[in-house]
Ligand binder design. Structure first.
Ligand SMILES: *Cc1c(COP(=O)(O)O)cnc(C)c1O
Length: 471
C-alpha cells in the first residue's frame, strides 16, 4: 500500500514570479549544464547556478521578471569564466605616469623577460658556483655588475628599497643613533616613513636642522657617543624650492669619516646614468654618491633603473659585509626570478649607446613629442570608424612617477575619448575591467589616453579594447 505523497507545502510567502524559477537540480540536468560541469566540475557549476538563482530571485522580487533556463545558464557560465580569469593580469598603462606603482612600476626589457622565463620553470644556478661545483653566493653576478657600473667596492640586492634601508639601519645603527635632517623625514607612500623605519631598525632618530635648511654644523653638533649613522634621504615625492640649504654629500662623507660613522644615503629611485643625456633633468647618480664617499647607497630596482622590484645597495666592502651577515638578510633576500631580471637589466647598462632603445622606462621617458604625436596618430587611425566614439588629439603633461624626478613634468600627447553611449567614468570602468586592463586618465567628461606610457606594440590591443568597451 502506498500513501499519497503529502501535498507540497505551499510556498506562501513567495510571490508567483519567484516560484517559477527552476530548482538547481533541474538546471543541472540540461545538456548545456552537463557540458559546463564537464569543463568546470559539478561543484563549481552548482555554486554558480545557486548564485545565478539568488540574483534572479532578487530581481524577481523587485518585479524585474523571471529569467528562463538559457539566461540562468548563461549567467552561471559567465560566473565560471570570471572565476577562472586571473586577478593579476596584464594592463596597458595610458595614464602618462611612467613608474606607476599601482601598475607594477617598470615594465621589463625583453632581455630581462627572457632571463626570467629561462629560470622560472626549472632549476637554476642560484647558489651554485659552476666552476668549482661548490656553493656560490646568491646575487654575486648582480653585485659584480653593480660594482662595475657604480664604482662601488661591494654591492647587494634585497627585496626592495624599503628593505635595503631597514637592513642598513638595522645592521649599522641598531642600539645607537641615526642622524637625519628635518627636511628629509619623508613618507614615501604605502606608509614607508623614515622615522618609523629608523625605529623599526632598532635605532634612535636624532633630527637635525630645520625643514628647509640643514647645515654641516647641525650634523656635527648632533654627533655623540651613541651616534652610528648619518642618514641622507632623497625627498622623492616632493620638492623644496626657495630658501633651502643642505651640505654637499662629499662634506657629509668627510664628517662621517672623521667621526668614525657611516654615511648611508637612501637615493630612492636612483639612476645609473646621467639623465640629461636623454633630455631629462639632472638626478644624482649612484656612481656620484659612491664617488662622494657615501658608505652605503640604497635605491630601487623598479624605478628609474627599469628592472624588477628589488632594493640595491652599493658601497664600501665592510659596510656591505655587515648587511650581508645580518639575520634580516635571510628574510629580505630576492628570489631567482628577480635576480635573473636584475642581472639582465644591469647588463644592458654596459652598452649605454643602445640603452634607450632596449630599456622601456628610458624609452618612455626619452620619447620626443614628435614620436608621441606619430603614435597618437596611429592609434587615432586604429580607432577611426568605431561607431559612437569621438577621438580628439591633445597635449598634456606626463610624470616619471614612483617617487622619481619629483615636480618634473614631461610634455606629452594624448587622445581624448568620448563615447555617445556612456559617460567617461563608465568608459574608464569598462576599459579597466577588460582584458588587458586599460587604465587612462579622466579629464572632465573625457577619458584621456596618454601615449607616453603606451608602447608602439600595444596600440592594436589598446584599440581593440576600446572597440570592445564602446560596443
Ligand atoms: C621609493 C622609495 C623608497 C621605497 O622603495 P621601494 O623599492 O618601493 O621599497 C624608499 N626611499 C625612497 C627615498 C624612495 O623614493
Amino acid at each position: 500500500m502506498s500513501l499519497a505523497p503529502p501535498p507540497a507545502r505551499p510556498p506562501a510567502r513567495l510571490p508567483d514570479a519567484r516560484r517559477r524559477l527552476p530548482p538547481v537540480h533541474k538546471l543541472l540536468e540540461s545538456p548545456d549544464a552537463q557540458a559546463l560541469a564537464a569543463e568546470h566540475g559539478r561543484t563549481a557549476l552548482t555554486a554558480a547556478l545557486r548564485a545565478a538563482l539568488d540574483t534572479a530571485r532578487a530581481a524577481a522580487a523587485r518585479g524585474d521578471g523571471v529569467p528562463g533556463v538559457p539566461a540562468l545558464l548563461a549567467d552561471a557560465r559567465e560566473r565560471l569564466a570570471a572565476a577562472r580569469r586571473p586577478v593579476l593580469r596584464p594592463a596597458i598603462n595610458a595614464t602618462g605616469v611612467v613608474l606607476h606603482t599601482n601598475l607594477g612600476r617598470a615594465p621589463l626589457a625583453d632581455a630581462a623577460v627572457d632571463a626570467v622565463a629561462a629560470v622560472a620553470g626549472g632549476y637554476a644556478t642560484l647558489e651554485l658556483d659552476t666552476a668549482t661545483g661548490r656553493r656560490g653566493g646568491r646575487g654575486d653576478a648582480v653585485a659584480a655588475l653593480l660594482c662595475d657600473l657604480t664604482g662601488a667596492e661591494a654591492a647587494l640586492a634585497v627585496n626592495n628599497n624599503a628593505a635595503a634601508v631597514l637592513l642598513a639601519v638595522s645592521a649599522l645603527a641598531a642600539g645607537g643613533e641615526a642622524v637625519v635632517s628635518r627636511g628629509e623625514l619623508v613618507e614615501i607612500g604605502g606608509s614607508f616613513r623614515i622615522p618609523d623605519v629608523v625605529r623599526q631598525g632598532g635605532a634612535r632618530l636624532v633630527e637635525v636642522g630645520a625643514t628647509n635648511k640643514t647645515r654641516l654644523g647641525d650634523y656635527e653638533a648632533a654627533i655623540g657617543p651613541d651616534t652610528r649613522v648619518l642618514l641622507k634621504v632623497h625627498r622623492s615625492n616632493f620638492r623644496m624650492v626657495g630658501f633651502t640649504a643642505a651640505p654637499a654629500t662629499a662634506d657629509l662623507a668627510a664628517l662621517a669619516r672623521r667621526r668614525g660613522l657611516a654615511l648611508v644615503e637612501d637615493l630612492g629611485s636612483g639612476t645609473l646614468v646621467d639623465l640629461t643625456a636623454y633630455g631629462l633633468p639632472h638626478e644624482p647618480t649612484v656612481g656620484d654618491a659612491v664617488a662622494a664617499g657615501v658608505d652605503l647607497v640604497t635605491f630601487s630596482g623598479d624605478k628609474l633603473l627599469g628592472g624588477p622590484q628589488a632594493g640595491l645597495v652599493a658601497g664600501r666592502r665592510d659596510a656591505v659585509a655587515r648587511l650581508k651577515a645580518h639575520p634580516l638578510m635571510r628574510a629580505l633576500r630576492p628570489d631567482k626570478m628577480a635576480l635573473a631580471a636584475l642581472e639582465a637589466t644591469l647588463r644592458l647598462y654596459r652598452e649605454p649607446d643602445r640603452l634607450a632603445e632596449r630599456l622601456p622606462v628610458l624609452a618612455m621617458l626619452a620619447a620626443t613629442p614628435a614620436m608621441l604625436e606619430a603614435r597618437a596618430a596611429r592609434l587615432a587611425g586604429l580607432l577611426a570608424g568605431i561607431g559612437g566614439l569621438t577621438v580628439e588629439p591633445g597635449q598634456d603633461e606626463a610624470y616619471a612617477g614612483g617617487g622619481s624626478l619629483p615636480g618634473v613634468t614631461i610634455p606629452t600627447r594624448t587622445l581624448a575619448l568620448r563615447a555617445a553611449s556612456m559617460g567617461a567614468a563608465a568608459l574608464a570602468a569598462r576599459l579597466r575591467t577588460g582584458r588587458p586592463a586599460v587604465v587612462g586618465r579622466l579629464s572632465g567628461d573625457r577619458l584621456l589616453l596618454d601615449l607616453r606610457t603606451v608602447a608602439e606594440a600595444e596600440l592594436p590591443a589598446l584599440a581593440a579594447a576600446v572597440r570592445e568597451a564602446v560596443a
